[in-house]
Structures are given as C-alpha cells and as structure tokens.
Ligand binder design. Structure first.
Ligand code: 13P
Length: 343
C-alpha cells in the first residue's frame, strides 16, 4: 500500500483545529444509553439518532472524521443518501470500528474480539468508502490487573490488526483505553500507560508495522473516578502529566495521537484538552486532536431524547461541544460553559 495514500488520509484527519467524532457505539452500548433515556432501542431509532448527529449543519467546521459502527455504515440519512456518501460530500473522512467487542476472561480482564475474519471485513469496508479504522482494548487497574499477559496479548493483537489495516489501504487507530473506573492514582495510570507503550512498540517491531501510518488513541493521564480526594488533579496537572508521559513513551514517528473522553465529564474532557494544548514547552512533534464519543454526544443525546421536535436543540449542543474542543486545540478560551444536563 502506498505510504502516500495513508499520509493523505492522516493529513485530512489532522486538519488543524478539527477533530474526530466517535459515533461508533456498538448496538449494546447505544441501547444502554437509549434505555437510560427511555428511547426505543430499535434499528430505526439508531438511524434517527445517527442522522441527528451526522447531518448536523456545519459539523465539518470542527469535525474532520467520524468513526461509525457497522450498522450505521450501511444506513442512509433521512434524505435517503447513504451516511458514508453524505459525510464524504462534506469532506469528513469516514472511519469504522472493526473490533467486535470484548470477551471476559476468567480473571475478569476483557480481551478484544474480531481478529479472525478481519481481512475480509476490511476489504468490505474499504470498498464501501472507509478510510480509517479503530480497534479498542481495555485495561482495568486493580491490585491484580492489568496483568503482563493481558498487556502482551492485547498489544500483539494491536500489531496484527494494524498490519492488516495498513495492507488494506486504510489508517489504523489503536485504542488502548485505561479505564477510569476504580481508585487508582494518576501515577498508577501513568505506569500502566508506560507498560502498554513498551509492549506496543515491541509488538509493532516484531510485526514490522509502520508507526508513521498509525494513530494512537488514548485517554489523558488522570486519577480514577473514585480515587481518594488526595489523588485529585487539576486540569493543568493533567495536561502536564499527560505531556510528561507522552514525551517519554510515545515514539515521535507515530502518525498522530487522538484523545478519547472515557468516563470524563464533558467539561473535564475539554478542559484537559485545553490544558494539554496550552503547554508552552511541548516536545511532541506528531499531530494531535480529540476523538471524543461521550464528550461530544452526552448533551446532544439528552436534548434529543428520541423526539424529532428536539433535533435542532440537540444539534446545537453537539455543535457547541465540537466548537469548544476545536477552540481548545487552537489554545483559545471558549466562553463560559453552559451545561444544562446532568453529567
Ligand atoms: P469516549 O470518548 O466516550 O471514550 O468514546 C471514544 C471511543 O472511541 C470509545 O471507544
């Protein structure tokens, strides 16, 4: 596969001041959000919801790429145009989640499924217009986990996945997500991140994966959501710690880095991104942006609530959050946050 093709895709994704909208929740995940809000958990409502998000006017002012789930990838918007064609028309690069979810091991750690039939699925997605892909693994921090075996197995899978995706002519996003749930400190998150990176780099070497064609998707280096108060960190501390760890663990050759929002509130995700981007002495020289799911969608889905009459309001919330994160990339303060919904 020509490196130039992949370079062009990377350039489009990392268009200055734009980021990725992760709208690739599996059926199970989107149904869980719908259930909480009393929205019918049907294919029809999945389509309506994705139509509300993806057909937001001016989305492409702040969004360069969207990650879709298989179901949405083959659906059409309310005007009867396939979502993929409609996004391309707006100059938004189409990505697709290609892992097939998680499987619980005996010790409680979760492995990622989907490597077996990956090659065939990649061909289908590429032929249908996808230009990049995503594969997610999760790491839970407890006194026993993540185990060395888990880190080793998941990073081997990342390398095999990335190699196949590059060969297919698309850009792979590798997303090792350190779960925020727990009681761990920021330092423990940093240590686990460093261990994952060590094994990931080793796996990439073994499988001869070109780092410069890959995107790393990661969270900010934060303490757990239920960590003792003494572990709390300000946005500035999160920005600094994230940068310290990135500059010592992420190879400068990587094609780019994008942030997930994990279990952060909408405001936390944006303020951490801003604090990180505001650092004066940044030593990272690869492109960086946001790739938020909940961080962009949370307010919009609550405003929508499954009702057509709320579409315009929901789109305002989506666009507002896209704009705030775009401003954060540009190191510009957005005006006071308006957060009418419970996080
Ligand atoms: P969150 O920003 O909600 O973590 O979603 C990003 C993502 O791609 C999860 O896999």
């Amino acid at each position: 596969m020509s490196q130039d093709t992949l370079k062009l895709i990377l350039e489009k994704i990392f268009t200055p001041n734009k980021g990725i909208l992760a709208a690739d929740e599996s059926t199970k995940s989107i149904n869980a959000h719908f259930a909480r809000l009393g929205i019918p958990q049907t294919t029809e409502y999945h389509q309506k919801y994705r139509d509300m998000l993806l057909e937001t006017p001016e989305l492409n002012k702040y969004i360069s790429g969207v990650i879709l789930y298989d179901e949405t990838f083959y659906q059409k918007n309310s005007a009867g145009v396939p979502f993929v064609a409609s996004l391309k028309e707006k100059n938004i690069v189409v990505g697709i989640k290609v892992d097939e979810g998680l499987f619980k091991e005996e010790n409680g750690e979760e492995s990622t499924l989907g490597i077996k039939n990956l090659k065939e699925r990649l061909k289908k997605y590429k032929d249908h217009g996808a230009e990049f892909t995503k594969w997610r693994s999760v790491y839970k921090i407890t006194s026993e986990t993540p185990t060395k075996d888990h880190i080793k197995n998941t990073t081997q899978l990342f390398a095999r996945y990335a190699k196949e995706v590059i060969a297919s002519g698309m850009v792979p996003i590798c997303e090792p997500e350190i779960l925020i749930q727990g009681k761990h400190s920021q330092e423990e998150t940093a240590q686990v991140f460093a261990a994952i990176m060590l094994y990931l780099i080793q796996a990439f070497k073994e499988h001869e994966v070109s780092l410069s064609s890959c995107i790393l998707k990661t969270g900010f280096i934060v303490p757990a959501d239920n960590a003792p108060l003494s572990y709390e960190a300000t946005a500035e501390e999160v920005g600094e710690k994230t940068h310290d760890i990135f500059s010592s663990c992420i190879p400068h050759l990587i094609g780019g880095v994008v942030f997930l929002s994990g279990g952060l509130t909408t405001q936390q995700a944006t303020s951490y991104l801003r604090a990180y981007c505001l650092l004066d002495n940044k030593e990272t020289n690869y492109p960086e942006t946001f790739s938020f799911g909940r961080g962009l969608q949370r307010e919009a889905i609550q405003a929508w609530g499954g009702e057509d009459k709320n579409i315009a309001l929901a789109r305002q919330f989506l666009l507002k959050n896209c704009r705030h994160n775009s401003l954060a990339l540009d190191r510009i303060e957005s005006h006071a946050f308006v957060t009418p919904f419970q996080e």
